[in-house]
Design a protein around this ligand. Structure first.
Ligand code: NAD
Ligand code: WQD
Length: 339
């Protein structure tokens, strides 16, 4: 297939591009590099041993998008978005513009180009505070911040678009907590500034960039008191996108899938797993709870297991080992390789 990948230079997009190229797809990436590096794409091509086409452009620009659709596109995987929860509370309009505005512009460009297949990056954030865990796709949707609202609105816009155009096929993938890196250690998560998520914070303590990990609350109703999440290896997540591409090739309409391992780990369990993988000590300081956090959020991934034929195969210790390989070899993130 000819696949257009928006946000393909980013964390999840770059890992997915490796698998797309390895599977023989023709890949075009559009990314404005606002949260990523072109070096990631150079390494994607090196890992896959095949080239992709890269356009540095913005999904909100009609001109940039029409360039991306040149040469024909069979399906779009739409990763491009802003994703920091805290930042979205400070700058909601920027989030509405990039995430919602960008998605509308993309759907318009798809319609103009006659492209009918879409795989969309949604998030478990749409569940907010769930009544019970694990959550399935029918659980109530209760967003708690502007970022989450953009994901929910984008899901609804895509659903409405599919309802109006029976020839369309879309898959909405609700990711739980992506972690880890490509097993080569050549690509991985490279947050700009202070990381928002747990594993990159832990990795930065292990490599010596930070003195300790701040643990946000140890008084939750969980066995060790720290929050429990469904951590999913980014290579498993990337693999799910290939399954989703097959799915949109075979079905019309709009389908939603949770993507998670189906079980959770606490903050302390993740820290212990990272210590084993890295051989480094991770000092912790217990802080008060982070506002908006829930005690436990895990996926019921059975819909994806059955209908996509996908399930997570890599465990937390593999994710820690791969994240550590990436962090150790790239302590400053993506920097040019020495000649
Ligand atoms: P990322 O920031 O690494 O990747 C997003 C990419 O989109 C970046 O390369 C960025 O430069 C690009 N981008 C942003 N705005 C753009 C624009 N206007 N035009 C073109 N490119 C633009 O993030 P990620 O972790 O790889 O996330 C990918 C997708 O998955 C996002 O939609 C995110 O909301 C979603 N998601 C991520 C997580 C997570 O924890 N990483 C969890 C659930 C959902
Ligand atoms: C995991 C656990 C924290 C950092 C976020 C977004 C969600 C989705 C995935 C995009 C929690 C604890 C964290 C730290 C800690 N992203 N923690 N110290 O909050 O489940 O989900 O990323 O869609 O929308 O909200 O992930 O990695 O931030 O936190 O103790 O320095 O680690 O309290 O229990 P979260 P996270």
């Amino acid at each position: 297939m000819k696949v257009l990948v928006t946000g393909g230079a980013g964390y999840i997009g770059s890992h997915t591009c490796v698998l797309l190229l390895e599977a023989g797809h023709t890949v075009t990436v559009i990314d404005n590099l606002c949260n990523s590096s072109a070096i990631a794409l150079a390494r994607v091509q090196e890992l896959a041993g095949r080239p992709l086409r890269f356009l540095q452009g913005d999904i909100r620009s009609r001109t940039d998008l029409s360039g991306a659709f040149e040469g024909g596109v069979d399906a779009v995987i739409h990763f491009a978005a802003l994703k920091a929860v805290g930042e979205s509370c400070d700058e909601p309009l920027r989030y509405f513009d990039t995430n919602i505005g960008g998605t509308i512009a993309l759907m318009q460009a798809m319609e103009t180009a006659g492209v009918s297949k879409l795989v969309f990056s949604s998030s478990a954030t749409v569940y907010g505070q769930p009544d019970s865990v694990p959550v399935n796709e029918g659980a109530p949707l209760r967003v708690t911040n502007p970022y989450g609202r953009t994901k929910l609105v984008m899901e609804q816009l895509i659903q409405d678009w599919c309802a109006a155009r029976p020839e369309l096929s879309a898959v909405l993938l609700r990711y739980f907590n992506p972690v880890g890196a490509h097993p080569s250690g050549r690509i991985g998560e490279d947050p700009r500034g202070e990381p928002n998520n747990l594993m990159p914070c832990v990795a930065q303590v292990a490599v010596g960039h930070r003195s300790h990990l701040r643990v946000f609350g140890d008084d939750y109703a969980t066995p060790d008191g720290t929050g429990i999440r469904d951590y999913l290896h980014v290579m498993d997540l990337a693999q799910a996108h290939l399954k989703a591409l097959e799915y949109v090739g075979l079905h019309n309409g709009c389908e939603i899938f949770n993507l998670g391992a189906g079980h959770g780990h606490s903050v302390i369990e993740l820290v212990r797993a990272f210590e084993s993988a890295s051989g480094r000590n991770i000092p912790m300081e217990i802080m008060k709870r982070r506002s908006g956090d829930v005690a436990e959020l895990t996926a019921d991934p059975s819909h994806a297991n059955v209908r996509l034929g996908w399930s997570a195969e890599r465990d937390l210790s593999m994710a820690c080992a791969d994240a550590w390989r990436w962090q150790k070899a790239n302590p400053l993130g993506f920097t040019p390789d020495p000649e």
